[in-house]
Design a protein around this ligand. Sequence first.
Ligand code: HEM
Ligand code: HEM
Length: 397
Amino acid sequence: MSAEASSSRYTAVAIALHWAMAALLLFMIWLGWNMEENEARFQLHKSIGITVLFLALARLAWRFTNPPPPLPEAMPKLEKTASHAVHIAFYALMIGIPLGGWLLVSVSPFQVATVLYGIVSWPHLPFTEGLISEDLYEIVEFFHSKGAWVIIGLLALHVAGAAKHEFGAEDGVLKRMLPGLFGRPNPPTLPARGFMFAFGGSAALFAVIAVASLLSAGPASSGPAPSGTGLVGANWKVDYNASQIRFSGLYEGNGFDGTFGAWVADVAFYPEALETSAVKVVVDAGSASTGKKLYDDSLKGREWFNIAEYPEATVELGGFSEAAGGYSATATLTLKGKPVSVPLNFTLDISGDEARLEGLVKFSRKALDLGQGSDPGGKWISDEVTVTISGRATRTR
Ligand code: HEM
Ligand code: HEM
């Protein structure tokens, strides 16, 4: 065969992908074994794993348009077959293990969101909503973790094969896969083909999934407020720019807090007729924002606010009475269709027709059925969540 039609080396792209992915895979196995109870490592594992998935697809497509150099003529047929079999198995694992990982997080009863590198919201695998179960998780986990050992076993065969053929009787094969910078007189490679097909195709598939995730993620935190509460007789107009609903708690001993970006409140409050006073607030549950994408995405998920089924939460205040320094009331929060009542204390400064309100209420995550799949005992996230309300309103009549 002429030098134009064939080469005894892999293309520079195949070589770069080979070594980069070999390093990533070994790092991923180490990370998988060393990420327990470490959320940052866990997210990194998912981020690199999804990257490996798309690199593997690109690599496969690259190999399709840039076939590998033929193996040395002198190599026994059985060894050629074994070498091919190991390569096929590697490809199956480079695609199967990360796909399995993706399935794992999709069917996990924990339902933690995946945000790649802290930036790209990554969806669960489609059609897995009805499959969430501990049993399926354990089966998939078995294959995911054992797959790592299969990679290690194959790697031993693969390296032994490369070494045998490098130092054995036939032409060396290692130099086919080594970058040209190792001082060997490397034969030229064929011009590479199919960049757009391999990398464009893989990147486009990635982009389609990421955009679909973005579009189905529900309203953004700055989305429109719910249209109304249905409470009639409101006599105060809330100034939303000067009002806030914040929530705070502890995550691994450190404080976190966030706000609800979109809500609407109707206030019928008569200091002189507390028994006829009533307040109703409708909150867009998907507008919870903590400043960290991973938390925001997780809060929208099934075991937290489950915004797909319950896009809105309501808070109703009633049973007002005067208390030391202000007022007390009963706040009934209806989240995911279930009402929970707790006492609320607030101060109200009224001057003329302007009022300022500061209130605080404490909820138990357990009572509200929040995050009870992944952390029912409050091991990472405190059971107690504090909601503070600060607002300004103008009397209308
Ligand atoms: C190249 C790809 C990957 C490799 C080599 C890999 C390897 C591993 C390994 C060795 C473990 C530890 C298993 C054990 O406990 O023995 C693990 C755990 C895990 N991996 Fe991966 N992984 C990959 C990709 C992914 C991806 C893409 C995801 C999700 C999007 C993922 C999700 C998980 C999860 C959730 C666990 C924890 C399983 C558990 O202990 O319950 N992995 N992975
Ligand atoms: C987990 C790590 C590794 C994986 C998944 C892997 C995978 C592969 C695959 C799939 C091929 C076929 C060529 C292609 O399609 O790109 C290949 C070729 C090759 N690999 Fe690896 N490899 C790994 C580590 C290593 C290591 C550590 C060595 C060092 C000895 C090595 C040496 C070679 C050589 C010399 C070839 C060319 C073999 C030939 O075409 O005859 N690989 N590898």
